[in-house]
Design a protein around this ligand. Structure first.
Ligand SMILES: Cc1cc2nc3c(=O)[nH]c(=O)nc-3n(C[C@H](O)[C@H](O)[C@H](O)COP(=O)(O)O)c2cc1C
Ligand SMILES: [Fe+2]
Ligand SMILES: [Fe+2]
Length: 394
């Protein structure tokens, strides 16, 4: 099965294209369980609207699915909520076939989409915050939501059915045939999606979440993954993420060639556990970047354990620092430890980098070669100190 459709309210059809063929989302984020593109057809008494398209590499599935719901020529409105090619890639062809259709998007969406997705500008119309279009017995209201995660973004509220279409906001990975999150929560990856795609725009995402709370929709319908009908749980999770409220959790990122640093990191984990934190240990050499970001988002404590490699931190750790520099997590405390052979420098560089990102480093431990009993005791103590500081953030 490569796509399916489901009526989620009378005259409102979800179509989901399942992507299990591309190994990475945006050609970077690993998606071992696949991902999906949702689009929606809303049929009113006086016209039909399409909300979002799909990745152009799924054009065949997209048109097969769309034509099974509506005659493309009959579309009156084509709504582009966000012009990243995973949603806009098929829309130029839709507009070619639907000669009478009007394309609706924000000013930025039309400008970006003209360059990125060949939008026909003669049939494009800008919508502003609060604008509505009527399909007869159904009304679509546009809610601008810039920088979640592009400047073009908007949400669309179907007033009569209380359905909020949210494009990337509240999206999730996982190529599941279950429509709603509550049917199969383990089939959808919400936190990975938020952490890798939306986290840098947490402040704007928080505003969009507040608008969602105001609208109090019965169904939240994103353009990736699960739909939601247990809205309170979804909103409170997003509110925790967007306000950087951490869990009682520590992330230990390890860069270690011959386990000298790794052994000390294990000792530090014991110290963290003693003060009651849940531990996630990630080997930086094989880390999945969106998992790293998701754990970073939820952790109160971050321990970076790295040996020195050519005067620098271990390369996997350097990559983790790159992620932190771009995603700028807040409300964390950190510690650093690591082994060196001669001049050292790995832990020093990490400490400097974390402090530049305004993440306080509460302790640092370096030791030469293999960790001795005293080094392991110090590492345990470092873990306890880090854990105690982290508990103060909760
Ligand atoms: C390729 C390579 C480069 C290294 N470069 C440095 C270095 O620039 N400075 C240093 O103090 N130690 C250097 N070392 C030594 C390691 O930091 C040292 O052996 C340390 O104990 C390794 O800890 P680990 O097993 O946790 O990786 C290097 C080791 C290797 C294999
Ligand atoms: Fe996007
Ligand atoms: Fe998307």
């Amino acid at each position: 099965m490569s796509w399916f459709k489901r009526e989620i309210a009378e005259g409102v059809t979800l179509v989901r294209i399942l992507n299990t063929k591309l190994p990475r989302f945006e050609n970077f984020w690993p998606i071992p369980n696949g991902t999906s593109y949702n689009f929606y057809v809303v049929e009113g008494s006086e016209g039909t609207a399409l909300i979002d398209g799909a990745d152009y590499r799924f054009s065949k599935e997209f048109f097969e699915a769309l034509e099974s719901v509506v005659k493309v020529e009959d579309l009156r409105y084509v709504i582009t909520q966000h012009t990243e090619p995973d949603h806009s890639g098929t829309l130029a062809e839709v507009m070619r076939r639907a000669e009478e259709a009007v394309l609706l998007g924000t000013k930025q969406a039309l400008s970006i989409g003209e360059a990125l997705a060949d939008f026909p500008m003669d049939r494009a119309r800008e919508v502003k915050d609060g604008d509505e279009v009527s399909l007869g017995n159904k009304t679509l209201r546009f809610v601008l939501s810039p920088m979640v995660h592009w400047p073009d973004t908007m949400l669309t509220y179907l007033v009569e059915d209380s359905i909020l279409f949210t494009c990337d906001l509240f999206g999730s990975h996982g190529a599941s045939d279950k429509v709603f999150y509550d049917e199969a929560p383990d089939s959808f990856e919400l936190v990975d999606y938020y952490a890798s795609i939306l986290m840098p725009y947490h402040a704007m995402a928080a505003k969009a979440v507040a608008k969602t709370r105001e609208l109090s929709p019965k169904i939240v319908a994103p353009s990736h993954g699960a739909l939601h009908r247990e809205i309170e749980g979804l909103l409170s999770m997003y509110e925790r993420w967007t306000s950087w409220k951490p869990l009682k959790k520590a992330l230990i990122v390890v860069g270690s060639q011959y386990e000298n640093t790794a052994r000390a990191a294990e000792a530090a984990a014991e110290g963290l556990r003693e003060v009651g934190l849940e531990i996630v240990i990630v080997d930086s050499a094989e880390a999945d970047p969106d998992d790293l970001l998701a754990h970073t988002l939820e952790a109160a404590a971050i321990l970076v354990a790295t040996s020195t490699h050519n005067g620098h931190p271990f390369l996997g750790v350097t990559f983790y620092l790159d992620l932190l520099r771009e995603y700028r997590p807040k409300n964390k405390v950190a510690a650093v430890l690591g082994s060196f052979g001669w001049g050292g420098g790995g832990t020093r560089a990490v400490k400097k980098e974390l402090e530049a990102l305004a993440i306080p480093v509460v302790d640092e431990l370096t030791f030469k070669g293999r960790p001795k009993e005293g080094d392991l005791d110090r590492a345990r103590e470092l873990g306890r100190r880090l854990g105690e500081e982290a508990l103060k953030l909760l």
